[in-house]
Design a protein around this ligand. Structure first.
Ligand SMILES: *[C@@H]1O[C@H](CO)[C@@H](O)[C@H](O)[C@H]1NC(C)=O
Ligand SMILES: *[C@@H]1O[C@H](CO)[C@@H](O)[C@H](O)[C@H]1NC(C)=O
Ligand SMILES: *[C@@H]1O[C@H](CO)[C@@H](O)[C@H](O)[C@H]1NC(C)=O
Ligand SMILES: *[C@@H]1O[C@H](CO)[C@@H](O)[C@H](O)[C@H]1NC(C)=O
Length: 499
């Protein structure tokens, strides 16, 4: 049988899917219809809906009705165990085209910081698959804002990458010497438009690739559509969640920091602060630092020549400004994290430094960063911003609760990964509502403030049904790779098999 229930598909437990429950108000007629459909579907699939299944489904419907008052477990979603990541290739997914029969060598230059490049690498594999091309291990961006000279193999385990994907796409480290010598021109370079469809690659890229034998796609990040067939989406998940493993030295240090945190307390919260000068300048927000702040951030803003003039006040009201470290602390305390919670803060340079961080440390005295935890072990990594970001990535990934203070690439990639790995809690601050609460903080007592924060954060706590598949970026919510676990009553199944 082996049918995997997929919450994204209406025929396999659409009614059972909490995400579906979110969209529709249940009515007795609807419940009756749902029961009938489930029963009907099961005739064909052989899956019997047991009493246990059904009572769980019903209780989930009911919980939708009472969920507005239902306190949640801040450390772990009660429903996370109902899901698991599923990205195995189906049996009729044809195997990789071998190098000597491929349509040519696809070279990729990625763009941006670590996680933007990670998205580019993921999609590059899928594009190579679409083109029947041989992929050359992507080149990382050495000229981005973060200026890091690391190569692919300095950050990722390149041999694992090649071997893990060998059934899907042929990947080589470089173009073979003979092929290079036989080419009379340098490889053609081109840039695909954002979120291109597979047709674009087949119609516009493939003919050139076949004519020139090698072709480079530049600035490669979000260059492939969110809408692909399920098999290619699953390939994306195999690349992002399995094939991309950090290089040994990075992985070892990252895990060491996770162990240190776990040795101190049973669980920890990781916050990606991203309260960094470039981020604040880019967002056009103002944080009360007077003329000095305006001058400093204004100077950084000049780096981008296409930024619109923004009103700091409007941006804040629209929820476009990252919360300050203090505001993050207040939000977490209001949500119910006590002052003895272990807090790991992932960040580059904090704008305003220690002074900006102090209020957060006061709220959570068990405060750690990679610098505090790693000491001298961090030294070899210091010149490489992407390697430092990778260490933060590992510690955030290992956390019980992850707080994303922005909508950046790291937040997206980690959120997707945490969904895939069993819906580990990921909190996204509702900056718009919280900002207005923070402004009125002094007009209300702690209890009321706390209640309002909890209300503002509803739907943004990383519950399995918080997400809106289709509307989100695939990397952020990899819906094709998340399957629903339905506990099957073995004795009933055995009987069904004998019928
Ligand atoms: C499984 O099915 C058997 C036979 O119908 C029933 O007696 C048993 O209670 C069921 N168990 C659960 C957990 O639903
Ligand atoms: C391609 O290479 C494989 C070995 O990797 C070899 O068995 C096969 O004969 C080659 N095919 C062609 C058409 O050269
Ligand atoms: C890739 O190869 C497969 C199998 O050989 C073929 O069906 C498909 O049309 C090819 N795609 C392209 C874009 O060449
Ligand atoms: C946490 O707060 C309590 C009072 O509510 C205080 O007694 C305790 O010392 C605080 N713990 C830490 C680690 O600051």
């Amino acid at each position: 049988m082996g049918r995997k229930p997929d919450p994204a598909k209406p025929h396999s437990g659409g009614a059972a899917s909490p995400r579906a429950a979110r969209r529709t108000q249940p009515s007795p007629v609807f419940l009756g219809t749902a029961l009938f459909v489930l029963g009907f579907v099961s005739l064909f699939t052989g899956h019997i809906v047991t009493d246990a299944d059904w009572s769980r489904i019903r209780s989930r419907w009911r919980s939708k009705q009472i969920r507005n008052n239902e306190p949640i477990n801040i450390w772990k979603s009660r429903y996370s165990n109902l899901y698991y990541g599923c990205s195995r290739r189906s049996t009729n997914f044809r195997s990789a085209v071998p190098e000597n029969r491929s349509t040519g060598y696809l070279l990729i230059a990625t763009s941006g910081g670590l996680n933007q490049q990670r998205i580019g690498i993921t999609d590059a594999v899928v594009v190579a698959r679409i083109l029947n091309a041989t992929l050359v291990v992507p080149e990382l961006d050495h000229r981005s804002f973060w200026k890091d000279d690391s190569d692919f193999s300095d950050i990722f385990d390149v041999d694992w990458f090649i071997s893990y994907l060998s059934k899907d796409v042929t990947i080589v480290k470089r173009i073979p010497y003979e092929v290079m010598m036989s080419m009379d021109k340098l490889p053609w370079t081109m840039r695909a438009p954002r979120k291109s469809m597979p047709d674009f690659y087949v119609d516009e890229v493939l003919p050139i690739l076949m004519r020139r034998r090698a072709l480079q796609l530049t600035k490669f990040d979000y260059r492939l559509t969110n809408e692909l067939d399920e098999e290619l989406q699953k390939l994306r998940c195999r690349v992002n969640f399995h094939a991309l493993r950090f290089a040994n030295s990075i992985q070892t240090l990252g895990e060491k920091l996770v162990h240190k945190l776990r040795a101190m307390g049973p669980r920890y919260v990781a916050v990606h602060l991203r309260f960094e000068p470039d981020m604040l300048a880019f967002s056009g927000c103002y944080y009360g630092g007077g003329e000095k702040e305006r001058r400093e951030l204004g100077e950084i803003r000049k780096r981008w020549d296409t930024l619109p003039e923004l009103s700091a006040e409007d941006e804040r009201n629209r929820g476009k400004c990252p919360l300050t470290p203090q505001e993050i602390g207040l939000m977490l305390r209001a949500l119910g994290f006590s002052n003895d919670t272990y807090l790991y803060v992932a960040s580059g340079e904090i704008y305003g430094g220690e002074e900006t961080l102090q209020p957060l440390r006061d709220l959570f005295p068990n405060f750690y960063t990679k610098e505090l935890l790693a000491g001298d072990d961090l030294k070899p990594f210091l010149p490489f911003s992407s390697q430092l970001a990778a260490i933060d990535f590992i510690v955030c990934d290992g956390s019980d609760v992850f707080v994303a203070n922005n909508n950046g690439n790291m937040a997206k990639v980690l959120a997707g990964r945490r969904h895939y790995l069993g819906h580990k809690r990921t909190i996204r601050p509702n900056a718009k509502k919280l900002n207005s609460l923070f402004q009125r903080r002094n007009q209300m007592g702690w209890e009321i403030f706390s209640r309002k924060v909890k209300k503002a954060q509803r739907g943004l706590m990383g519950e399995p049904d918080d997400t809106r598949p289709g509307r989100d970026d695939f990397h952020e919510f990899p819906s094709s790779c998340i399957c629903q676990r339905i506990p099957v009553n073995r004795s009933v199944r055995a009987q069904a098999g004998n019928l």
